[in-house]
Design a protein. Structure first.
Length: 191
């Protein structure tokens, strides 16, 4: 009888462990929720990566949806997403109802500029976060990470990992009211 009890207890423990593992496997370990979602975005006023005499300010984009993308030349996943960010930037120019700001952090100015020369300049401003102050204020722990800011300055979404083909339609478009662009961006078809 004692042996039978331990067999059932062991089976119960194994079942509990398997259940916990199954529940945990459904989660993406990279997705760390941000306490900033649905709160006002931390303001920043930083040097432009491309021109240190110019400033990049989130406040200048008030009234527009803004994708704030944290990246660095040291980041392999940033290379992966860069082509899709260029396409997203084309969409932003065509639509006019959202903008993109890049934040180059944990980097050197030459590293960031070299990255843009090598992989292409998407045509939007990049803040140069030399001391990681912006990244710390926003709770960024890696790259790439992107945030969607609404026209009133509230963070509505945090995306961890690379932006991907179809991200506009799947993630961004529903926030913009589901309005498709009248003219597709180069290389993309309308949804």
């Amino acid at each position: 009888m004692f042996t039978s009890f331990w067999k059932w207890a062991l089976l119960g423990v194994i079942f509990a462990i398997l259940l916990l593992m199954a529940l945990g496997l459904g989660n993406n370990p990279r997705d760390i929720p941000s306490p900033l979602v649905n709160r006002l975005a931390p303001v920043f006023d930083a040097e432009s990566l491309q021109d240190p005499k110019k400033r990049v300010r989130l406040a200048d984009y008030r009234g527009k949806w803004v994708v704030v993308n944290f990246w660095g030349s040291w980041c392999g996943s940033c290379v992966v997403e860069h082509r899709d960010l260029i396409q997203l930037a084309m969409r932003a120019r065509v639509r006019g109802d959202f903008a993109i700001i890049g934040i180059d952090f944990r980097d050197t100015r030459e590293g960031g500029l070299s990255f843009l020369r090598r992989y292409g300049n998407p045509g939007y401003l990049h803040a140069f976060d030399t001391r990681q102050k912006i990244a710390i204020d926003w709770g960024v722990y890696g790259a790439p990470e992107s945030f969607l800011i609404d026209p009133e300055g509230m963070i509505r979404l945090k995306h961890t990992g690379p932006i991907y083909k179809g991200w506009f339609e799947k993630v961004l478009l529903p926030h913009l009211g589901g309005k498709a662009a009248t003219t597709p961006a180069a290389g993309e078809s309308t949804p």
